[in-house]
Design a protein around this ligand. Structure first.
Ligand code: ATP
Ligand code: MG
Ligand code: MG
Ligand code: MG
Length: 572
């Protein structure tokens, strides 16, 4: 590429709304241009990076055996109504109407669309396993779009969906994707970490996030430097709290008799004051941290005689802003109806919150509402209550690792990929089945796997920059090498050398740009340092007289001389 035939548009100052380094530098380097909130033009320089990211992703997806297709951006609402996500997805789901008043969505993700394909196309176990992927535009009406491509509303994602005949197959497909992701992020040349993202308590293998390590990351990662343990903060906390709940559940199981009771009944039955009973209430809590809203389901233990407004007033940490989960949500997440304390099955991380004053009272007794499932009459003595309260604190650096192999450390990361074992939730609601060897219909086991293609650009820069600009890893740089001839128009020798090196590198398949703008050295160098091209060759009369060209790696403090004859092999 020649600079005069390309589009280069750099800025001295970043626009005022750019808060973080990657956003500022991408704007200044002319990689993106804002069209609206969270909506950007990918300018020629930025698009080259996006295409390189896509290429690596595509190559590794293909290598893993996944098959590329393309699903529509606009999808009929009916599909989303089938799975219930039309209601459940909330405000992030962009809903639109066509001229006939029919409802559509702009896809934030494609589980529904692919399951619709699968239920029509997959008939027999002989067709399995299958993994479809696409690289497509997504739209999420983010509550607070910001940081440029990092949290856009319109962005590009690679999403893949695997189909298997059973859980074993799903686990293999999942591992296959996990391995592909490791190859992908290694090829990008980025420092990353995969962390358990599911409720760590339930095996910790159901979901992993891939994070690019960067101090400006929105997520806290918990890991053990002396073992393999790594989880995002939510999963790490869920694990420590789950342990506490397990202890509690065991205590219940040991001491309680199955039956039906409410707090009032328990109090009467055992002839104890009502205030010494405890009931649980399940809440969905939204916490806002650094403008990121996290939704969690909380199991709230309250004293039998407490009213809810008392609890509100008591300012239990984190409960400033809550609503009750609907009964349906509770049944779905916990496998039981809301009501009174008992062992519950959960798919979501659960926080157990005990009102400190209640727990410190010592003994109290719980009620339950389901025959042969919940328990009554359990005695929650100090031995149960105190560890429970102690575990309410956050996971902090220096805590023992859950695997017992060291202590925990915490670092920040940017979520760039996510792999997830979906199981049969979509195939069930959309009736996607195949026939097994016995001709019996079985539900498809599904997994889904996302990579934030455009977010990778922001994440790569957050990890690799200096006061001059971006430092792209070579694999995803817009150009690998830039040739900067000094006074090209005046010096035939410079021009000849520049053209020759340019032609040789092109022929060798190197992604090279010849800066033929004939600018002054200062502005030329500033542009390429800002844009972040990893290798720079300067060609000038003075060097040529001594038989030298000048080379500078983007991270090098000083330029160095390389003999004219050696430059090509030096670069290739
Ligand atoms: P986040 O926690 O950052 O909101 P998410 O968990 O909602 O992300 P997923 O549904 O897991 O995102 O989507 C897969 C990938 O898509 C993410 O790992 C991320 O890289 C990317 N992604 C998600 N939301 C955005 C966005 N608003 N802008 C750019 N990329 C995004
Ligand atoms: Mg999100
Ligand atoms: Mg996330
Ligand atoms: Mg995610």
């Amino acid at each position: 590429m020649r600079a005069t035939r390309f589009f280069i548009s750099t800025l001295k100052e970043a626009p005022a709304d750019a808060e973080i380094v990657s956003h500022k530098l991408m704007m200044r380097a002319g990689m993106i241009k804002r069209l609206g909130s969270g909506i950007y033009n990918y300018m020629p320089m930025g698009l080259r990076v996006i295409r390189k990211v896509e290429k690596i992703v595509r190559e590794e997806m293909d290598r893993s055996g996944a098959i590329e297709m393309l699903m529509p951006v606009v999808q009929p609402a009916e599909l989303w109504q089938e799975t219930g996500r039309w209601q459940k997805y909330g405000a992030e789901l962009m809903r639109v109407k066509d001229r006939h008043g029919r409802d559509f969505i702009i896809q934030p993700t494609s589980e529904e669309a692919i399951t619709d394909v699968a239920r029509q196309e997959i008939k027999s176990y002989r067709q399995l396993p299958l993994n479809f992927y696409h690289i497509q535009t997504k739209f999420r009406d983010e509550r607070r779009p910001r940081f440029g491509l990092m949290r856009g509303r319109e962005f590009t994602m690679k999403d893949a969906y695997s189909f298997d005949r059973d859980l074993d197959g799903l686990k293999k497909s999942y591992q296959n994707m996990y391995d592909a992701y490791v190859r992908i992020f290694n090829r990008f040349g980025l420092q990353f970490r995969a962390v358990a993202a599911d409720n760590g308590a339930i095996g910790g293998t159901g979901s992993h996030e891939f994070h690019v390590i960067a101090e400006t990351g929105e997520d806290a990662l918990v890991y053990c430097p002396t073992s393999d343990y790594a989880a995002n903060m939510e999963a790490a906390e869920a694990l420590s709290l789950f342990d506490a709940r397990q202890v509690a559940t065991q205590a219940l199981t040991k001491t309680a008799t199955p039956g039906k009771a409410k707090c009032e009944e328990v109090a009467e039955l055992l002839n104890i004051p009502l205030q010494n009973t405890v009931k649980s209430i399940v809440l969905t809590v939204e916490t806002e941290e650094k403008d990121k809203v996290t939704k969690q389901v909380w199991l709230l233990l309250i004293r039998g005689d407490h009213e809810l407004n008392e609890i509100k007033a008591s300012k239990v940490p984190g409960l400033a802003n809550y609503r009750f989960a609907t009964e349906d949500e509770i049944v779905e997440h916990f496998g039981t109806k809301p009501g009174y304390l008992g062992p519950v099955n959960t798919k979501l991380p659960v926080k157990v919150v005990a009102d400190r004053t209640v727990a410190m009272m010592g003994d109290f007794v719980c009620g339950a509402n389901e025959e042969d499932f919940h328990f009554t009459g359990a005695n929650w003595g100090r031995d149960v209550a105190e560890p429970l309260v102690a575990d309410l604190r956050n996971v902090v650096a220096g805590d023992p690792s859950p695997d017992g192999k060291g202590v925990l450390a915490i670092q920040r990361g940017i979520e760039v990929g996510h792999v997830f074992q979906l199981g049969t939730s979509y195939s069930e609601s959309m009736k996607a089945t195949f026939l097994d060897e016995n001709g019996k219909p079985q539900l498809l086991q599904m997994g889904c796997y996302g990579i934030g293609i455009t977010r990778i650009l922001g994440a790569a820069i957050e990890q690799n920059f200096d006061d001059k600009g971006i430092i792209w890893p070579t694999a995803i740089a817009p150009f690998e090498v830039v040739i900067c001839p000094m006074g090209m128009e005046k010096s035939p020798a410079v021009k000849e050398q520049a053209e020759k090196l340019y032609a040789d590198l092109m022929a060798a398949g190197v992604d090279v740009l010849l800066d033929d703008r004939d600018l002054r050295p200062g502005s030329m160098f500033a542009d390429w340092e800002l844009i972040g091209v990893p290798h720079r060759v300067v060609i000038g009369d003075r060097g040529l007289k001594e038989g030298n060209l000048e080379y500078k790696g983007r991270r090098d403090a000083e330029a160095s001389n390389v003999a004219v004859a050696d430059m090509f092999s030096f670069l290739t």
